[in-house]
Design a protein around this ligand. Structure first.
Ligand code: DC
Length: 232
């Protein structure tokens, strides 16, 4: 039986960084599902298709080759994952504000979600994984042995995101980021198709006053305890 860790949470709660390190420590596969919605938005943008055009976006996804890989040695530029879309490295191109908002819009479409959830379930099938997103705990991996809702207050999230983006040379301010975070959170939680929600059996972890390393340690400890219990 594979051991699966499902992590949901709002924008910039630290899901990516935490999931990546937890996966490394446990030797599990890390899957960033937000990256797939971002690639869908990038495809739409590149092809001049509106983020609202559900049918065309599904068609673009169905004809696209989306690859997610661990960064190589020559790709150690702060990225958590390397994204290759139809042969093009889009790892950073999907992190702009425009594509972030686009991903949030594209992800409101039920048919887009259906196609991407299916892909996510295929990738995770039979594997030990740490998978993060918005609907992982109840839609993509409802049988995950460890479910986590990772969150932090808006100020902590905005400050972390600001540092990350400034390091990459993006021209952003704290105010821009707070506005973006609020808009995306409202859309991600308010949509009718599989909105972000806290399931009853999720462990709620508020990271506002914790260092990344502390969050990682807590999760790894819990995962090891559960794994030992399952194996006994
Ligand atoms: O995690 P992220 O910020 O990279 O995700 C980008 C957008 O994709 C986010 O605003 C909502 C959407 N998303 C989703 O609807 N379901 C997921 N499982 C992951 C992301």
């Amino acid at each position: 039986m594979p051991f699966q860790i499902a992590i949901d949470g709002p924008v910039a709660a630290g899901k990516g960084t935490v999931s990546r390190i937890v996966a490394q420590r446990l030797g599990f596969l890390y899957i960033d599902t937000g990256a797939m919605y971002r690639m869908a938005a990038y495809l739409a943008h590149k092809n001049g298709v509106s983020f609202e055009d559900e049918g065309k976006i599904v068609e673009l996804i169905n004809n696209a080759q989306m690859e997610m890989e661990n960064p190589d040695e020559d790709e150690q530029d702060g990225r958590l994952i390397t994204l290759i879309l139809n042969g093009e490295d889009v790892s950073w191109k999907v992190r702009t504000e425009e594509i972030s908002q686009g991903a949030s819009i594209v992800s409101t479409h039920p048919k887009v979600r259906q196609v991407l959830v299916e892909k996510q379930q295929q990738i995770a099938n039979g594997q030990n994984v740490v998978m993060e997103g918005r609907d992982i705990t109840y839609r993509v991996l409802p049988d995950a042995q460890l479910k986590i809702f990772l969150t932090a207050n808006p100020e902590a999230r905005a400050t972390r995101r600001l540092l990350q983006l400034q390091l990459k040379g993006f021209d952003v301010t704290l105010n821009n980021i707070l506005t973006e975070i609020n808009e995306r959170d409202e859309r991600d939680m308010g949509r009718s198709a599989d909105p972000l929600q806290i399931v009853d059996d999720a462990w709620q972890l508020d990271t506002s006053n914790l260092e990344i390393e502390e969050v990682v340690e807590e999760i790894v400890k819990k995962a090891k305890e559960l794994q030992a219990k399952n194996n006994s």
